[in-house]
Design a protein around this ligand. Structure first.
Ligand code: ZN
Length: 281
């Protein structure tokens, strides 16, 4: 099996300091928390921004501060979210791509979230994909429902996304696909040959889905974005969630990928500063 890529999603759009004092909100907090998670074994950092009031924000300066802070202090792969909770227009969701992180999230269809419809029209999805392609950013296809895999395949067929594709199955959110082993097996069998996948179980499903993925050869996303509890009634920290995955992977004999190894697995060019080979495509 390939080495295990652990993605940390430290903040997201939902948890507040009232829900858990451990959720990082300011760019400074998000950078510090992400660095701890990277030190614990995460190789990809999935970023959302919050404003001074803690609300989801599409402000470029906030994203820039996080990206600069992380780039200066670690070698992890940075992945900005292009999710719509911080502003739903194309301009709001695309602007941060100008920071040219190595990856960005891309949801390839619409879904009923508990708080409303998460709208991702074909036009918007293709526009974001085109922008990522132009900037050399690899999309992580966020899959809330099986049909979204077809949406991602469609992008590849149209030349709007390069193979190998990378998928993240977000399972267990009310209104989307449930977090069951059968769903995970089904989804992992629907993606194109050569594609990679990870799973983000929402809430209490996070640990179980991660365990299945470790055994199935997939990759894992953890973090307070998807789940604020370590166990029943016990609040988590981002670092502790990563540490647990590293420990579990070790028990199962699956090695954890460094950021450089993760770049190899995901087919990302190696940045020149790392001394790695620079890919030309
Ligand atoms: Zn996210």
């Amino acid at each position: 099996m390939e080495k295990l890529i652990i993605t940390i999603a430290p903040t997201g759009s939902i948890p507040s300091k009232r829900d858990t004092p451990f959720v990082p909100i300011t760019p400074e907090e998000i950078v510090a928390d992400s660095l701890e998670a990277v030190a614990a074994g995460a190789s990809v950092v999935h970023l959302h921004a919050r404003d001074e009031e803690g609300k989801p924000s599409s402000r470029l300066d906030l994203f820039a501060e996080m990206v600069e802070g992380l780039k200066a202090n670690c070698n992890a792969i940075l992945q900005v979210s292009t999710g719509g909770r911080a502003g739903s227009s194309f301009a709001e969701r695309a602007e941060r791509l100008g920071l040219k992180t190595e990856m960005a999230s891309l949801t390839t269809g619409s879904v009923n979230f508990p708080e409303g419809v998460y709208i991702n029209s074909r036009e918007l999805v293709e526009g974001l994909a085109q922008r990522m392609l132009d900037l050399g950013i690899k999309p992580e296809m966020e899959i809330f429902d099986a049909s979204m895999i077809e949406g991602a395949r469609d992008l590849a067929q149209k030349g709007l996304a390069r193979s190998p594709l990378h998928f993240n199955f977000v399972l267990g959110l009310k209104g989307a696909l449930g977090a069951t082993p059968k769903n995970l097996v089904y989804l992992s069998e629907q993606i194109p040959v050569g594609a990679t996948w990870s799973v983000a179980g929402v809430g209490r499903a996070q640990l179980a889905m991660a365990g299945h993925a470790i055994l199935m050869g997939g990759h894992v996303r953890v973090g307070l974005e998807d789940n604020i509890y370590y166990s029943k009634g016990v609040l988590a920290t981002n670092a502790r969630l990563v540490e647990r995955i590293v420990r579990l992977a070790g028990e199962f004999g699956r090695e954890v990928a460094t950021p450089e190894e993760a770049r190899g697995i995901l087919g990302l060019p190696h940045p020149p500063s790392s001394g790695g080979k620079i890919a030309t495509d």
